[in-house]
Design a binder for this molecule. Structure first.
Ligand code: ATP
Ligand code: MG
Length: 448
């Protein structure tokens, strides 16, 4: 026997256990592409909304180095403001998303002024004589403050700001490391903070601490990846530039120190010129690749561009002794791309195909539509083909097996295809040549 249920958003009723409401709200927000700030706002909202824990106000502190800094404060500033907000939020049909949206708007409206006020709540976590609110984070303990006005372990400025007799300090921890702290209170309703409130709030704190931890970790990984890519690029560029520069230096030195016969001078100058051309090519390709950005996709006719490419001097030179066979379907539909980048992408693929095709061999170029909305351009060579390992490396930046290659050609083609919302596929087997397939979107024809 089987039972089936439809996947649908959970509807909360007044009887739904609050732990369940909290967990589902926070879990849903964590899987959205929200920023750290937005997700922390969701947690503060969960702590302060009636559907969640139901505190009146919540203040968030984040750890920066060894300091704990107040960064966000959510909640009504006065009983009148509270009344207005609660009336608005209790309107029928208002969901949790609207509450978060309302709070986001509230934060952005009050942010500037609040920032200045919150700035003074900045505590050293290494301080031996720490006071509340930082004490809770430092001790890694939840602290409930009662009779705040007579509590000696409390920062007076903080109390002057909160103006409340009782509040709860929740450290945000992950892997036993301090990530921040949340302070909640019931300044408007004056409702006592119960054990149940503390349990629910600690659940939110646990999630917030781990969320900050994973977000920081993710940021670090992205940063490391960027640094690794930068390092790889710097190593490649210096490696590529070193050989021509050393050659130019050596031959120039020879010209300056040894008076040489005109023939030798001429030969040296020729080598220097060649090396400079090579340097120019590297710099051109690099700057060209880094600059690529398509402003607007326009419908383009592929036929004339493909025919023009075969007439280009660079392609003609390269294809000497080889054949390029071009076949395009009748009346090919226009595709969405940028004409200049389209031409360069095809030239890059042809350039590679001609490099591997032996004298007397053929390169095939075909263009035809696939189903209703795709046009495919195929470039097949008669080269040696590639094994799986080589195929995996094709689109890696600076991967090249050629003496004068830069290893950016295929990456360029891939980026152009991504920008045209198309795709690129490779089929290859050792001994059977290689096929590159480019799929372009055909724009919908309106009014036909
Ligand atoms: N059609 C092909 N058949 C076999 N190997 C290929 C083919 N196309 C590319 N490759 C391999 O992939 C590598 C990367 O190609 P890519 O076009 O990115 O750089 P490149 O041709 O080496 O240099 P450049 O930046 O000047 O284009 C080539 O060096 C080659 O080893
Ligand atoms: Mg290439």
């Amino acid at each position: 026997m089987i039972e089936s249920y439809r996947l649908q958003p959970i509807n909360f009723t007044p009887d739904t256990p609050k732990e369940f409401v909290l967990l589902s709200i926070i879990a849903q927000s964590f899987f959205q592409p929200f920023s750290l700030e937005d997700n922390l706002l969701v947690i503060l909202t969960a702590l302060t909304s009636g559907a969640g824990v139901g505190f009146n106000r919540a203040m968030l502190f984040l750890r920066e180095g060894e300091r704990l800094k107040a960064t966000m404060w959510l909640g009504p500033r006065s009983p009148e403001e509270a009344q207005a907000i609660w009336t608005m939020l209790s309107s029928p049909g208002l969901g949790y998303a609207e509450v978060v949206e309302h709070n986001r708007e509230l934060i952005s409206r009050t942010q500037e002024k609040l920032k200045l006020q919150l700035k003074i709540f900045n505590y050293n976590l290494e301080d031996e004589k720490s006071i509340l609110p930082a004490l809770a984070a430092q001790r890694k303990e939840i602290i409930l403050v009662k009779d705040a006005f007579s509590e000696p372990l409390l920062d007076r400025r903080f109390l002057d700001f909160l103006q409340v007799d009782s509040f709860l300090c929740l450290p945000l921890l992950a892997h036993n490391e301090i990530m921040g702290e949340i302070v909640v209170d019931n300044a408007i309703t004056r409702a006592p903070i119960s054990l149940k409130d503390i349990e629910l709030a600690s659940l939110c704190a646990l999630l917030a601490g781990n969320y900050i931890y994973t977000t920081n970790l993710y940021k670090k990984v992205v940063e490391m990846e960027k640094m690794a890519a930068l390092g790889e690029m710097a190593a490649f560029i210096s490696h590529q530039l070193r050989n021509p520069i050393v050659a130019i230096g050596g031959f120039t030195q020879q010209l300056l120190t040894n008076p040489c016969n005109p023939e030798r001078c001429h030969r040296n100058l020729g080598i220097i010129q060649e090396e400079i051309k090579h340097l120019e090519a590297i710099i051109y390709q690099l700057s060209h690749f880094l600059k690529i950005k398509i402003k607007e996709l326009i419908p383009i006719e592929i036929g004339p561009i493909l025919k023009k490419i075969l007439e280009r001097p660079d392609i003609k030179n390269k294809s000497e002794g080889k054949t390029i066979s071009l076949r395009i379907m009748d009346n090919p539909p226009p595709i969405l791309c940028d004409p200049v980048y389209f031409e360069e992408a095809i030239v890059n693929l042809l350039d590679n195909a001609l490099d591997v095709t032996p004298a007397g061999g053929r390169v095939y170029v075909r263009a035809y539509s696939i189903r209703k909305n795709w046009l495919m351009i195929l470039i097949k060579d008669s080269g040696p083909g590639l094994d799986d390992k080589a195929k995996e490396k094709l689109f890696s930046p600076f991967y090249t097996t050629k003496e004068n290659g830069i290893g950016l050609g295929l990456l360029f083609v891939k980026r152009v295809m991504e920008m045209c919302s198309g795709k690129i596929e490779v089929q290859s087997k050792p001994g059977h040549g290689t096929i590159f397939k480019l799929y372009f979107k055909i724009p919908e024809r309106r009014g036909i």
